[in-house]
Design a protein around this ligand. Structure first.
Ligand code: SAH
Length: 225
């Protein structure tokens, strides 16, 4: 039922995503309810579809945000440290922050300064987000996300919101995972098709890679000059 879960408010959007089994966990329903998508999407915030942010970026559809959060959920305990690469609107950065309270933190990495600022400004529109930006629970930093963010590593969970150019390219991110930890990343294959990969590192440091469903994300690129 993707694309059929539009709402007329944040609450009805979450209700419809839940009714259509695009949100399957009360924790993610509650986290998404606590962050108003209208603060992050410049247009049609309660439609279950991606929207343009400018600068070639898009805020992903709500069902994709829900899916990413649910995939990472076993690693999103209170106190967990999370990295959100390609933070764009800042919406998922804040939803992830909600999931790791109390005590957890999220770093959003964005390579376009205007978007880094936009994420921070959007987060600040809500009471929770403005508190989190103020106390450092949520930080928006500028950098090349392909390199992760070494100064906050290791992370319990890493989300990548733009497609890597190949599976070999994500090794550095795997290196920034805790033991145990999980990486959620869209990867473009040799055939030009993108798939979600869920990459787990266990307590002993063993890494397993699971290829999941096909997707369409904007690519991870060099920052525009
Ligand atoms: N999760 C975001 C997705 C935004 S689209 C949201 O739902 O709002 C993908 C984002 O990745 C864009 O903002 C783009 O500027 C950013 N991006 C692309 N390549 C990047 C790189 N190498 N490093 C950091 N960010 C990158």
């Amino acid at each position: 039922m993707a694309w059929r879960s539009h709402g007329t408010s944040n609450a009805t959007l979450i209700q419809h995503l839940t009714a259509n089994a695009l949100i399957t966990t009360p924790r993610v329903a509650s986290a998404m309810s606590s962050i108003d998508r209208a603060h992050f999407s410049p247009s049609a915030p309660y439609r279950d579809s991606p929207q343009s942010l400018g600068h070639g970026a898009t805020i992903s559809a709500p069902h994709m945000h829900a899916n990413a959060a649910e995939s990472l959920l076993p690693y999103l305990s209170p106190g967990a440290r999370v990295l959100d690469i390609g933070s764009g609107s800042g919406y998922l950065t804040c939803v992830l922050a909600a999931l790791v309270q109390p005590g957890g933190s999220v770093v959003g990495v964005e390579h376009i300064e205007a978007l880094r600022e936009m994420g921070e400004r959007n987060a600040g529109k809500g009471e929770l987000g403005s508190q989190w930006v103020g106390d450092g629970t949520v930080r928006f930093v500028r950098g090349d996300g392909r390199l992760g963010w070494a100064e906050g590593a290791p992370y319990d969970a890493i989300h990548v919101g733009a497609a890597a150019g190949g599976i070999a390219g994500v090794e550095g991110l795997v290196g920034q995972l805790k033991r145990p930890g999980r990486l959620f990343v869209p990867v473009e294959g040799d055939d030009g098709m993108q798939h979600i990969y869920v990459i787990d590192k266990d307590e002993d440091g063993n890494v397993t890679k699971k290829k999941e469903y096909g997707v369409q994300y904007v690519p991870l690129t060099d920052a525009p000059a």
